[in-house]
Design a binder for this molecule. Structure first.
Ligand code: 4AZ
Length: 705
């Protein structure tokens, strides 16, 4: 088969044949019939068939019938078969007759992919010759180019080593150890060793230690897992031609080049082995080049791999790096833990845990974290108290603080001052594991200053600042009265001004004042009632029944105690009302200004009046009743206080205020100013609600509201 200018067979088939047979598939077989076959053929014919099949094929032509007028040398009628206008055969006659020259059963094979048939008839009388002509079939036969004999003229054979026939063509191939050159015909010693990816191995130049063929261009690639580095160890027997130049020996024509990515390649030549080369890379390319001349015996090497090293991690202050190893290799992990009380920090953020891996580039994949001291955050603030640090600062690990209450107005519940330590779990803990904050309880009945001297309300004195800090001034529907602070949200008073025509007054009708001794000042800071709780047993429609004259007012907002506002204690269990004991009565009620005139005071007044024996009080009540029919009854829920001769007493406006007894350095609320016959009258005592009788009701009411 001829090679065409179309180098690639595919292109040849698709381009060249499409030129020969536009718009049609290549013809692979067909039939040729003489004109009018199977009727006798006409005279004077000159008919030509040009058969062709694709390149790389021959045409096999077989006759199924031939009946052409026989003549010597097929002189009259004939079918001529031509190739390239060269006559291959000339036929006439019939296949079963001895006349003429016919092909018989023997097919005709064209030398190439074309064949021409030429049918010629003369003008002889057609009636005499009733010959029908011929029928022939042809088909394309693949040429086995490889079986063509070796050219005698010494020119190159089709393939230098192995020829493989293909349909319509052939390809060349090479024996093991050789590779097809770019001419697609000849073979060269193969020295492209592929990729060496094992962790160790051996490489040598072609034919080593004998001198290899000339003009080598060999390439070897060692490529192992990233994270490993390759070390080359050349054997002593190293010989690559070098040329002596003016600048010294030079790898001009033969060389072995070692190339590592991102680095200048190294060219090796000469007779001295390079020995060990540490490439510090996981890929190395070796290019061995010789030209047509000179002599190099070649080289051989063993290569090995080492895991990449990462630098040993530095120390972490207040932390520990594990594991501690002499060397760290690719894919090794390190972990960092902080000492107790310290937390892992990275880029200003806390992290739960830390691990880093040694990467294939010899770097840890993360920088080391830091260990920062933990803190427990701000301790819970203590209402009406504070805290003091005994050690440490900024709430850091192991800091210790103690709560304290705002003395002397509050004291710590339980009285024991526990200290709290910031522990490793970032919680403030006391040594006995109290996590909840302690409570500051108000201190009752302990004013920072005490009243003294001769006192009078009616016959009383001005109370110095902060001497009666539980004193409350109440305005109920514009009527001035008193009360006393008993808790941060509770004021105790009498019921008799909070019930009007059998119904409780509205909370809005009540203004509550405290914290000052001066009426003008105290009026500037009113407090308001959230709810009013009169004693359920108080029933006084006609103002003659003051039994159970007690009430509690709940404040809308709690008050903070200080020197000027402080609760009075409730009666102690089993409180004693001893005859003759002096009680402190206080209020903003009326004072005697002259013989006749009374006026509401502008200053808090107080007076000390003795507790009167029950019999004495009862006696005086009898005498009052003789004077007036509308005098209320005395009950066990009341007691009297005052002077037989009068002069010192509570009066209008003081009503509902405190009668305080002093015991164990505390004032306690013994009575509430309830009623009396006149004020400061001889033989008439002030009557007070006996608060101790109501302790259960008071506690229950405060708890339930
Ligand atoms: C009153 O009218 C009142 N002397 C208060 C107390 C006394 C008498 C009357 C006791 O509010």
């Amino acid at each position: 088969m001829e090679r065409t200018f179309c180098i690639i067979w595919f292109l040849y088939v698709s381009v060249c044949e499409s030129l020969l047979f536009p718009d049609s598939k290549p013809v692979m077989h067909g039939e040729v019939l003489s004109p009018e076959y199977p009727q006798p053929y006409p005279p004077n014919l000159q008919k030509r068939w040009d058969l062709s099949v694709p390149n790389g094929y021959q045409i096999r032509l077989a006759f199924s019938h031939m009946d052409i007028e026989a003549s010597a040398g097929c002189y009259y009628d004939s079918l001529t078969v031509l190739y390239n206008e060269k006559v291959l055969a000339k036929f006439c006659g019939q296949e079963n007759s001895a006349d003429g020259h016919h092909p018989g059963n023997q097919p005709i094979l064209s030398p190439g992919n074309r064949l021409t048939l030429l049918f010629q008839t003369d003008s002889n009388n057609p009636e005499k010759h009733q010959n029908v002509g011929f029928s022939a079939q042809y088909q394309a036969i693949d040429i086995d180019e490889c079986s063509a004999p070796e050219p005698r003229d010494g020119s190159d054979s089709l393939c230098a080593q192995i020829c493989l026939n293909t349909l319509g063509s052939y390809i060349c191939s090479c024996h093991h150890g050789y590779e097809l050159r770019s001419d697609q015909r000849t073979c060269a010693l193969s020295c492209t060793g592929g990729i060496f990816d094992e962790p160790q191995g051996h490489l040598s130049s072609p034919g080593y230690p004998n001198s290899p063929p000339h003009a080598l261009s060999c390439q070897y690639v060692i490529s192992v897992d990233s994270g490993f580095t390759v070390t080359l160890n050349f054997s002593d027997n190293f010989h690559v031609e070098s040329v002596d130049t003016q600048q010294g020996p030079n790898c001009l024509y033969h060389w072995l080049q070692v190339t590592v990515p991102h680095r200048e390649p190294i060219k090796l030549c000469g007779a001295k082995s390079p020995g060990v080369i540490e490439t510090n890379s996981n890929t190395v390319r070796l290019d061995y080049h010789t030209d047509d001349e000179g002599l190099s015996n070649g080289w051989s090497l063993d290569y090995s791999t080492q895991r990449v090293n990462c630098p040993p991690p530095s120390k972490v202050a207040q932390g520990r790096v594990t594991p501690m190893l002499a060397e760290y290799f690719y894919r090794d992990y390190i972990f960092v833990r902080c000492d107790q009380g310290y937390k892992l920090m990275m880029d200003g953020h806390e992290i739960k845990s830390f691990s880093a891996m040694c990467q294939n580039n010899g770097q840890w994949h993360l920088p080391l974290p830091e260990c920062h001291i933990i803190d427990c955050g701000e301790p819970e603030p203590l209402l009406n108290g504070g805290l003091t640090f005994l050690s440490g600062f900024q709430n850091q690990y192991r800091s210790v603080f103690q709560y304290h209450c705002n003395e002397p107005f509050y004291s710590l519940l339980g009285g024991v001052n526990v200290s709290f330590t910031c522990e490793a779990d970032r919680k403030w803990r006391s040594h006995n594991d109290v996590v909840v904050s302690p409570t500051c309880l108000p201190v009752c009945g302990k004013p920072i200053k005490h009243v003294s001297g001769i006192q009078r309300i009616i016959g009383g004195s001005d109370a110095p600042d902060n001497t009666i800090p539980w004193q409350v001034m109440l305005n109920v529907n514009q009527n001035r009265g008193g009360g006393m602070v008993i808790a941060d949200r509770w004021v105790m008073t009498a019921a008799h001004n909070l019930i009007d025509k059998n119904s409780k007054v509205a909370t809005e009708a009540i203004q509550i004042y405290m914290g000052h001794n001066n009426v003008d000042t105290i009026l500037q800071t009113p407090l308001y009632a959230a709810s009013v709780h009169t004693h359920p047993g108080y029933n006084n429609p006609n103002n003659v029944d003051y039994n159970n004259d007690i009430a509690l007012i709940k404040l809308q907002d709690p008050v903070t105690f200080n020197a000027s506002i402080m609760p009075i204690c409730l009666p102690p269990e089993g409180a004693a009302y001893e005859t003759g004991i002096m009680g402190l009565v206080s209020g903003f009620g009326i004072t005697k200004l002259g013989e006749q005139r009374f006026a509401l005071t502008n200053k808090l007044k107080y007076v000390l009046v003795p507790l009167v024996a029950e019999e004495e009080c009862a006696k005086s009540a009898v005498s009052w009743k003789q004077e007036s029919a509308n005098i209320p009854d005395l009950t066990n829920n009341m007691f009297c206080a005052g002077m037989r001769e009068g002069t010192k007493d509570s009066c209008q406006g003081d009503s509902r205020g405190p009668y305080a007894l002093y015991d164990h350095q505390r004032y306690w609320a013994a009575g509430i100013v309830s009623w009396g016959v006149g004020c400061g009258k001889k033989g008439a005592y002030g009557v007070y609600t006996r608060v101790a009788n109501y302790l259960d009701w008071i506690n229950k009411t405060m708890q339930e509201n």
